[in-house]
Design a protein around this ligand. Structure first.
Ligand code: ATP
Ligand code: MG
Length: 274
């Protein structure tokens, strides 16, 4: 099978990241194979954002190694790191759009400014429009972020994350602060991207139902809706990671997560907000 999950896309090996001597990640190890998904749960300040940013080479790694597409990014020269980053997409917490740029300019930004992406100038406009159509924002090219709703801004930020057609996508709290219906729409986009492009996907979330959707649903390209996945599909490709004070204290499937009696872990498997 061509998409058999075998290729290692991301591997943390005993990673410790500290800021001013305070560890934010402590001895974290895990691996994600091509096409798989990880749902990252954990309290505020437990290290979820630090984990995602470390996978992009944005944090100083004190100990251990981080392999992205098989290369240890803690040992790369800057231009090699740029090459690796050009194959990643990240949705930053709070979207992080540039307020002074239009939606179109925001989405074009990685193509125009990340040299390692190598997008020919003549293709930029088409790629931007394609990414905005993907998130169903084809009508908002000329608007500024302040002229969009919170959910639309999140969709624009997803368009910016996918415009380079990354092989690995990191979503930091994609549904935070959204109403349940908009949150579902955002998760449906994330699942659509995963299923159409077989993108390896890491998602930080506080909402257990986000993980439940990723683990149990798939995108049906015929009607554009989510439908329950067959048992053998996503369930096996999705694992949950639980962070606590910088440590990875749980890694496993949904059934294993639901069997955990640790009260800290149990808190994250409650459905919230409808
Ligand atoms: N650039 C930085 N400089 C100093 N400390 C940092 C930096 N980035 C993160 N930290 C610290 O690392 C710890 C983990 O932060 P992180 O942002 O990963 O939390 P989080 O799990 O994403 O929380 P939240 O759910 O609130 O987003 C926090 O104590 C934070 O203050
Ligand atoms: Mg965070």
């Amino acid at each position: 099978m061509p998409d058999a999950p075998s290729e290692s896309v991301l591997r943390f090996e005993h990673v410790t990241v500290s800021f001013d001597g305070m560890p934010a990640l402590r001895d974290v190890s895990f691996e994600v194979l091509k096409g798989q998904a990880r749902i990252i749960l954990g309290a505020a300040s437990s290290g979820k954002t630090v984990l995602l940013k470390s996978a992009m080479g944005l944090n100083p790694v004190e100990k251990g190694s981080i392999f992205v597409f098989g290369k240890d990014i803690t040992r790369l020269k800057e231009h090699e790191l740029f090459d690796i980053r050009s194959r990643l997409g990240m949705l930053f917490q709070e979207s992080a759009l540039f307020d002074s740029l239009t939606i179109e300019e925001n989405v074009a930004y990685p193509l125009l400014n990340q040299k390692a992406i190598h997008c020919p100038a003549g293709e930029v406009q088409g790629r931007v429009e394609e990414a905005l159509r993907f998130v169903e924002l084809g009508q908002t090219l000329r608007r500024f972020p302040s002229e969009l709703s919170g959910g639309m801004r999140r969709r624009a930020a997803i368009a910016r994350a996918v415009v380079s057609r990354p092989e690995l996508l990191l979503y930091d709290s994609p549904t935070a602060g959204l109403d349940p219906i908009t949150a579902h729409t955002i998760m449906a986009l994330i699942i659509k991207e995963r299923d159409l492009a077989n993108t390896t996907t890491l998602i930080v979330t506080h909402r257990y139902q986000d993980g439940n959707l990723v683990a149990n649903f798939r995108y049906n390209p015929e009607n554009g809706k989510l439908e329950p996945a067959r048992e053998s599909e996503q369930k096996l490709r999705t694992k949950f990671l639980v962070m606590r004070e910088g440590q990875l204290i749980f890694e496993g499937g949904q059934a294993e997560l639901e069997a955990q009696s640790d009260p800290y872990i149990a808190k994250f498997r409650k459905m919230q907000g409808g």
